[in-house]
Design a protein around this ligand. Structure first.
Ligand code: MN
Length: 227
């Protein structure tokens, strides 16, 4: 019997390619990890220390639908590689970082750009722009045994069959082992933590009725309808 005074919230899970589920503990998202995207957002593409924000575990959503959120009229798509950890720790070295990865998937970091912009201007946190309900559409995670550790390959997003975003994983400023190592210096990483690895240039607004098709070469594709 639990001593909890209310009903325990369920552990949020996302699907894997083979049918099991992956329980999500934390969601770390890197900002400006492709130079061309940093430039389009008005920043210097030089390699500064990485920075991260978080979404909530239950913001990840594998339903294939993205309900247009409240209080925004400028909601942007950001296609990103999703990295799922099977273990963690602190002060993880670059050499051992990839040993903690369970698998990879395709994800979208949906963003209320207008609210994020206001927050940036006022020096406020980003949650209102980034960590809202169903703001992280995801496809199934694929185990390393199937996909290896993808560090190159086309990453792209079409909206209504028109190309919007395109890049290559080899253009990521901070590579997956570097992100894991860096995060583990500041946080204790654990099994179930996921990282959204940053978006290439071409971020833009979606409208209700749009169909987003995200693809990452060697990992898979994800189709999401804006409702
Ligand atoms: Mn992003």
């Amino acid at each position: 019997m639990s001593d909890n005074v209310i009903e325990s919230p369920e552990t949020h899970t996302i699907p894997t390619h083979e049918g099991g589920t992956f329980p999500v503990r934390r969601v770390y998202c890197i900002g400006r990890n492709f130079a061309a995207h940093a430039v389009e957002m008005g920043h210097d593409p030089d390699r500064e220390p990485p920075f991260f924000f978080q979404k909530n575990p239950d913001n990840l959503d594998a339903s294939g639908e993205f309900p247009y959120p409240s209080h925004s009229s400028d909601v942007h798509h950001e296609v990103e590689l999703l990295v799922g950890l099977k273990s963690g720790g602190t002060n993880i070295t670059l050499d051992e970082a990839l040993d903690h990865v369970w698998g990879y998937g395709v994800s979208l970091d949906m963003t209320r750009r207008d609210l994020q912009g206001q927050a940036k201007k006022m020096g406020r946190p980003w949650e209102i722009g980034k960590a809202f309900e169903r703001s992280g559409p995801v496809g199934p995670l694929l185990p390393v045994s199937e996909v290896g550790h993808p560090d190159q390959g086309r990453i792209a997003l079409n909206v209504n069959n028109e190309l919007r975003q395109e890049g290559d994983l080899n253009q990521m400023i901070w590579k997956v082992p570097e992100m894991i190592s860096y995060l583990s210096e500041y946080f204790e990483l654990r099994a179930g933590d996921v990282i959204m690895a940053g978006t290439p240039s071409g971020v833009n607004a979606v409208q209700r009725g749009d169909v987003m098709e995200a693809t990452i070469e060697g990992v898979g594709s994800l189709t999401v309808k804006v409702t």
